[in-house]
Design a protein around this ligand. Structure first.
Ligand SMILES: CC(C)(COP(=O)(O)OP(=O)(O)OC[C@H]1O[C@@H](n2cnc3c(N)ncnc32)[C@H](O)[C@@H]1OP(=O)(O)O)[C@@H](O)C(=O)NCCC(=O)NCCSC(=O)C[C@H](O)C(=O)O
Ligand SMILES: [Mg+2]
Length: 288
């Protein structure tokens, strides 16, 4: 639980889809990735950039984090996307982060950082080289968050899609370790079968169990499942409160260890318990 700001549900919206952009102002997502990359057809690329900047300038996206995914600088549109975001920011348009696709080395971040001053950068982690360089990427001073790109990663690995995501576990684990080591946000990849609620729930639960801060999503129907999976449950909140109370009582009696539900509670568990409560409070604040 790295993030003070909840990132349970991170919804991709194609920058070219005006209806979806409009709809997003009322959706229960913690963050939006406004996409100029793979969700936008080649013929729509330039148009999408203009539609998106207009929406970011005019629409009220509330507390939702606004993340813009630009095209790669090695494409025909990436440099113009980056310069357009820099100009929009200078003009007062609110953008919380710029997401760079297919980050393989820290120099991929430097190149965008040089074009767009003073906005946090996020990295799509979706190449084999990116997995191997995850620690270097996570350590970049402008980097705030990582997003797993499990479709591109699977394509590059030539692996099969499996419900347990076994072929992807090495990459997921390397990126998680890197993000946690450097205190960065990390959100899991998308679940493509957007009408399969049970499959999505299982994948969200796996991601939450592993330590991801949230999941990227492609359809509004996926929001509730991700929001529930990445929020502390009532049982977790109750346990955290009881652990803190029991530990405080133990300390008052000069003890360093308490026992709750037959399990020891030490100061390190109290750190986790406080994080659980802080996250629950941050989620409650979003809802109010
Ligand atoms: C998958 C979709 C193409 C389905 O679209 P559609 O057929 O329009 O769905 P619905 O008719 O069920 O839509 C119902 C209403 O919801 C709105 N809608 C749909 N999707 C979104 C969305 N993402 N955000 C906001 N609103 C959305 C529709 O406009 C309908 O509204 P209404 O008119 O009021 O009824 C579509 O969902 C879609 O395009 N999804 C996003 C796809 C995308 O962004 N892909 C790129 C990201 S995935 C990726 O690249 C990950 C990574 O890089 C990797 O490598 O893994
Ligand atoms: Mg991708």
């Amino acid at each position: 639980m790295t993030a003070a700001r909840p990132t349970r549900s991170v919804l991709y919206i194609p920058g070219s889809k005006e209806r979806a952009l409009e709809k997003a102002t009322g959706l229960a997502c913690d963050a939006i990735i406004f996409d100029l990359e793979d969700a936008v057809a080649v013929d729509e690329k330039v148009n999408a950039r203009a539609i998106l900047i207009k929406a970011l300038r005019e629409a009220d996206f509330g507390a939702r984090m606004r993340i813009v995914r630009i095209n790669g600088l090695d494409s025909d549109w990436g440099r113009e996307d980056a310069l357009a975001m820099a100009a929009a920011l200078k003009d007062g348009v609110k953008i919380d982060a710029v997401l760079i696709p297919k980050v393989s080395t820290k120099s991929d971040l430097d190149a965008v950082a040089n074009l767009i001053p003073a906005v946090p950068l996020w990295a799509m982690m979706e190449t084999a080289l990116g997995m191997l360089n995850a620690a270097d990427i996570a350590a970049h001073p402008r980097l705030e968050g990582m997003v797993m790109g499990t479709n591109d990663l699977a394509k590059e690995l030539q692996c099969r899609f499996r419900a347990d995501r076994l072929p992807l576990q090495t990459g997921l684990g390397l990126c998680l370790l890197a993000a946690k080591a450097f205190g960065k946000i990390i959100v899991d990849g998308v679940y493509n079968a957007f009408k399969d609620d049970a499959g999505l729930k299982a994948e969200c639960d796996q991601g939450r169990d592993m330590g991801f801060d949230g999941k990227t999503l492609i359809h509004p129907a996926q929001l509730d499942i991700a929001n529930a999976a990445f929020a502390p449950s009532e049982a977790e909140i109750d346990l955290a409160r009881r652990q803190i109370a029991a530990f405080d009582a133990a300390q008052a009696e000069g003890q360093g260890v308490a026992v709750v539900d037959g399990k020891i509670v030490e100061n390190l568990h109290i750190v986790t318990a406080r994080q659980v409560l802080a996250k629950a409070e941050a989620i409650a604040a979003l809802a109010s």
